[in-house]
Structures are given as C-alpha cells and as structure tokens.
Design a protein around this ligand. Structure first.
Ligand SMILES: [Fe+2]
Ligand SMILES: [Zn+2]
Length: 461
C-alpha cells in the first residue's frame, strides 16, 4: 500500500518547507517517509524547532495593510510582499464581537445558518491595529479583527506557528544522562501555605518541567498519603479508574495487575487499554526500608527519545509502529474487561502528523493482527524489536531509587516507567491525572502569567 501521509516523528512543531517525500520500497510495503524526519531530527531538535518557530513568527510589521476582494474572499496584503486569503465564510464565522462570541464563556453564539457562501462584504476598513468589516447581511453586522489575530488565523498560506498558541512548543528529549540533572521542583515552591502568592507560579514551573521533559520530581514532600494527595490536587483533578482514585498499596496482589506484585516490570506506559490513557502517573514511595529490603529501583525511559532514535536508524520501523493498530486489554480484575473500541498504533500522531503519544505495554498487549497482512505481522515484530532494543539500551534507561519524600510525576503519554524486582515491605501511593486536565491547568497558568500574551483572541483556538 502507499501511505500518502508523511509522518513527522517527535517534533510537535510543524516542519514546514516540506522536502518532498521519498518512497522506500520494502518487500512488505511501500511507504512514504518525509526525509526531514530522518535528516533533520537530531538530539538538538530543541534548537531546530526554536529556529523554525522564530522564522515562522517573523510576522509582518503591524502597519495597516491593503485589501483586495473577490466575490467570496478577502485578500489582505501585509505590505511585505506577503498576503493572506480568507474565505468570507471563515471571517464571518470567526467574528468575535460579543454577539457572536461570548466574552466570558468563549463560546460561539452563532449557528452556521447565516454563514453562507454568498455572505457579502459591504466595506472593509483598517484602523487602530484592526480590520473592520461591515457585512451585507440582514440585519447588518460589523466585525473587528485585530491584525495579530488575522496573522495567527491565516491558513492560505499559514503565516504563524500555531503550535505556540496551542502550547506545542519544543521538547527536550533525553536518555540515561538525564540522571545528571533531572527536572525537579520543591514541595515548598508549589504549596500556598509555603510559597504564598508565588505558589501558582510554582505550579506553572512544575508543569513546564513535566511538559518539557515528560517527568519531574518534587522533593521535600511530607511522607504521608494526605500530603501526597494534597500535592497532586494542586496540579489537577485525580482520575478515578478501576484501581480507585488516590491509591495506597503494597505488593499484596489486592488487584489483578503485576503492579501489585514484587516482580520487576519493564518500561511501559500505564492504561494503554483505555481509549484515553492516563495523562500523568504520580508515585510516592512512602517506605521501603533497605536493608532488609532490596531492589525496587524505578526505571524511566523517554519514549519520544526512543522514537527519535528509530526515525534516524530505521524509518521503515518508525512507519510501521505509527501505522499498525495494536490492541490492549485489562482483564485481571473481576468485573473488569477493558479494551478500547479503537485500537491505536504504538506511536500515535495528530492530524498534522506530529507525534503526540506513545502507547507501550507489552504485558497488556492482546491478540495482534486484525486487518493486518501477513507481511504486516512480520514487519511489526521486526519494528517492535527495534523499539524494545532501544528502549532497553543503557543509553535510554534512567534508573533511580525513589526515597520517601520525593514524588515523581510522569507524562504517561510520553515517558515509560518500570521497576526492578524487590524484596521487603514497599509502600507506594499516588494517582492518575487526565491528559487534558493537566494540559488545561498548564495552559490556564500560561495565560494567567501572560507567558504567551494570551488574550480573548487566543482563547478558543
Ligand atoms: Fe505502571
Ligand atoms: Zn459578530
């Protein structure tokens, strides 16, 4: 088969300038692989992406532009040789005056009824850093669009990097050497009774580290379940699952999952069997006296780093892991038979081809092959071994012994966790947080502290 879509691993920043896709023929399949994936992705992807974002954000001077029109479009000439073409329907639909867009709820107040292909423009005027459009509708309607909004909204051609608006800023990929300086915040910096008015800023710094690195330690946490739960709730809601909400457990096999044993666990993401896997996995080792206990070290692996390595070394394997849907299940607890109705590939990309999620849990994988060709089966095993080989390499594995007082927050859509087998009494507590919930909290804090200069015009993107 021919895969028309080109995939863009790892970078959540749009790779523009599009080198033409090249076809790589294998016995199993013909796939298209964008060479920028292979050539442009480097350990320093952060730098590449930043450069790209800057380039995209060299917006025209906000001098008043000129216009031209067709029957159905407005063309804005920015004065630097560039222009943006907007369909009249698009502009009319995106009017953000208080009668079209509720200023408090940020919800559209207009149906599609009046948004017609023949919606006409009576007049356009540029003044005060905005474009004023008077529509020839009945009743007449007046829209005001700030120039900055129109530059961000420009789709023909795209002018600005919307990733920035959507918080999809570059990520720091890491391997074992993250041990030298793991991302860390202190408990006191995020709790209001310790940090006072700065506590919300502290939470933003915390979430920024989780976002940038896929995990973050919190040190100096009181070694109690109550303090741990309070800390997690500083970040967001707790997500309830069949394991409960906030959990506190020892290796007693009280649940039908290997997590409740003292076995070693290879690197994995949790709840791969949910349609929407847990966004954050949060652990606090409340006690594990060693000696007499042994082992129990925690393993962290950046799956986006693994993906980046695969893209460089074996783009066909990357494509396979991004294409073939893999089913997962949880069936070990009475009364629970979880399996998502839509299986997803190990590497899941968004509609723009940006890697957004890794789903890897070898223990919870169920029967493969639905809709696959015999060649797919062979190629998937080959690709999965490439994934596992990199995942278990000493360059990728970061081992750390969690001690009471240190909480680890893990982005379960990106960073895999595991543990060494252990002996002795090991008591853990923690919780899951939903993927949308922590991102929402981060974005709201970014807006609160003006990091993105967010205003009413950048809400609702
Ligand atoms: Fe787990
Ligand atoms: Zn309006």
């Amino acid at each position: 088969m021919i895969l028309a879509r080109s995939i863009r691993p790892v970078s959540r920043v749009r790779l523009l300038g599009g080198a033409a896709a090249v076809a790589i023929r294998t016995p199993a399949t013909q796939v298209s692989v964008n060479p920028c994936l292979v050539g442009a992705l480097r350990r320093s992807i952060y730098g590449n992406s930043t450069q790209r974002a800057q380039q995209l954000e060299q917006s025209p001077q906000l001098t008043l532009p000129q216009f031209s029109q067709t029957d159905s479009q407005i063309i804005i000439h920015w004065g630097d040789g560039r222009s943006s073409t907007f369909d009249n329907q698009f502009l009319y639909d995106h009017c953000r005056c208080p009668s079209c867009f509720h200023p408090k709820t940020k919800q559209r107040l207009k149906t599609l009824g009046p948004v017609q292909p023949d919606v006409k423009v009576n007049s356009i005027e540029a003044k005060d850093g905005a474009i004023h459009i008077s529509w020839g509708t009945s009743p007449a309607h007046q829209s005001i669009f700030p120039l900055a909004f129109l530059q961000q909204a420009s789709y023909d051609p795209p002018m600005m990097n919307r990733d920035r608006l959507l918080d999809r800023v570059p990520l720091n990929l890491w391997g074992a050497n993250i041990a030298e300086l793991p991302p860390t915040v202190t408990y006191n910096s995020v709790m209001p009774d310790k940090a006072g008015a700065d506590a919300e800023k502290g939470v933003l710094k915390w979430l920024e580290k989780v976002h940038d690195f896929g995990f973050c330690f919190v040190t100096g946490v009181p070694t109690s379940t109550a303090a741990t739960e309070e800390l997690i709730r500083r970040m967001s809601f707790i997500r309830e699952t069949h394991y409960g909400g906030f959990w506190d457990f020892t290796a007693d096999m009280s649940k039908g999952d290997l997590a409740y044993s003292n076995e070693g666990l290879p690197a994995h993401t949790d709840t791969a069997y949910f349609t929407d896997p847990a966004g954050l996995q949060i652990f606090h080792c409340l006690s594990h006296p060693c000696p007499p206990g042994t082992g129990g070290e925690t393993l962290l692996v950046d799956a986006f780093y693994v993906a980046d390595q695969i893209a460089k070394r074996d783009p066909v394997a990357y494509e396979t892991l991004s294409r073939l849907a893999v089913p997962f299940h949880a069936s070990g607890n009475e009364g629970t038979m979880l399996r998502p109705p839509i299986s997803q590939p190990i590497l899941r990309h968004d509609h723009m081809g940006r890697l957004q999620q890794a789903r890897w849990n070898n223990e919870d994988r169920c029967v493969l092959g639905e809709g696959w060709t015999p060649e797919d089966v062979r190629e998937w095993y080959r690709a999965a071994r490439v994934f596992e080989d990199i995942c278990t390499s000493k360059e990728a594995e970061y081992w750390v012994k969690l001690t009471p007082g240190t909480v680890v927050v893990i982005d379960n859509w990106r960073v895999m966790h595991g543990r060494a087998a252990f002996t002795g009494q090991r008591r853990m507590c923690g919780a899951y947080v939903g993927a949308d919930d922590w991102r929402s909290r981060r974005r709201a804090l970014l807006q609160q502290f003006g990091v993105h200069g967010a205003d009413q015009w950048s809400s609702g993107w």
